[in-house]
Design a binder for this molecule. Structure first.
Ligand code: PHE
Length: 339
């Protein structure tokens, strides 16, 4: 048999050699790869070859060696891992290492809690884009042409002024407009989302934050309905607390109010949050201005509605005693794992 034929035969033998248990791995090594194994024998024989033939044979032999080595390595790997998995000494009743899963961000937790309170009384959730056009963020909501919010000092425009039609939405009220434009009353929805304002970043305020707004439009909706809904929300979220409404102004509601809850002044934190008054502002609200209804194609002689909006970030800080708003967006897992 020529060396070339022997190479072929050995190749076949090795690949057909059955390794079905661990002992056979070593048997394979002894037969093919050890010093006195068949591969080495061929290499010995190869030493005697000379001339042109040597080059081609050397190549073939090296290929054969690689093939046999990889058969051996695969078998070794296979049996070493089964051994670990099914070792007779292993106690399979021991608990496995806990798999680390992530947790919800505190803002998401609070947002979900708020949503579930309102879902119980028939509100559903609506979303809208974060880059918004002038119509949905300002004009349809009755903002005057020269309202300061339309200024670059207050709003992040995506295009430069004077064109500047697109901006990062400054409130989720823009989603109200979209909703009113494409659905017919009755409408009862919650609009959570991230909003952006061109403000200095500090422990208490950020250039983006999260809002959740509510909108209810039907025949005969009154301010009493608004108050009752908010009483219900406060009792569910904060527990029984005193609340008060103060007259306020928003371009898109008339009349408008701000709602405060009574925290008291028992702790230093209470005093700081309430500026010593005991009252903390929680949300803005009011009856949807008839102009806004008309802008969105809703007949204001037939329908009325209320809207309210609150900042989720501040409520989250209040609930968990978070002192610096920036901590919530640094993505430090030591902070995030606490929730
Ligand atoms: N959009 C208002 C804000 O950003 C909040 C608000 C919503 C007020 C709905 C009244 C009604 O401050």
């Amino acid at each position: 048999m020529s060396i070339l034929e022997k190479i072929e035969t050995l190749k076949q033998q090795a690949s057909e050699h059955i390794i079905d248990q661990q002992e056979k791995v070593e048997e394979f090594r002894l037969k093919f790869l050890s010093k006195k194994g068949e591969l080495n024998e061929l290499f010995e024989e190869f030493k005697k070859v000379s001339g042109e033939e040597k080059k081609e044979l050397g190549k073939q032999l090296n290929i054969l060696r690689q093939q046999i080595e990889s058969l051996y390595n695969d078998a070794k790997e296979k049996f070493s891992s089964t051994e670990k998995k099914f070792s007779a000494n292993a106690d399979e009743t021991l608990p496995v290492n806990a798999y680390k899963i992530g947790s919800l961000h505190p803002i998401s937790i609070v947002k979900n809690d708020i949503i579930s309170i309102f879902e119980k009384i028939g509100f559903n959730v609506e979303n809208g884009p974060e880059i918004e056009d002038d119509w949905h963020n300002f004009t349809a909501l009755n903002f005057a042409e020269n309202h300061p919010a339309r200024d670059m000092q207050d709003t992040f425009f995506v295009e430069k002024k004077p064109k500047g039609n697109f901006a990062l939405r400054t409130h989720t009220s823009s989603v109200q407009v979209r909703l009113m434009e494409y659905t017919k009353p009755p409408i009862r929805a919650l609009m959570p989302g991230r909003v952006y304002r061109n403000e200095d970043v500090s422990a208490r305020s950020n250039c983006f934050f999260h809002q959740i707004e509510g909108l209810y439009i039907d025949e005969n909706v009154s301010f009493a309905d608004l108050k009752q809904t908010l009483y219900y929300f406060v009792s569910q979220f904060f527990g029984e607390r005193e609340i008060r409404f103060r007259p306020s102004y928003f371009p898109f509601t008339e009349p408008s109010a701000e709602m405060d809850i009574y925290l008291g002044t028992a702790t230093e934190q209470d005093k700081r949050l309430t500026k010593g008054t005991g009252w903390l502002e929680i949300l803005g609200c009011g009856m949807v201005d008839p102009n806004v209804l008309e802008n969105c194609g809703i007949d204001s002689s037939k329908y009325t509605g209320y809207a309210f909006g609150m900042g989720i970030d501040r409520i989250t800080m209040l609930r968990y005693g978070i002192k610096d708003i920036r901590q919530m967006f640094e993505n430090d897992v030591r902070f995030l794992e606490q929730f």
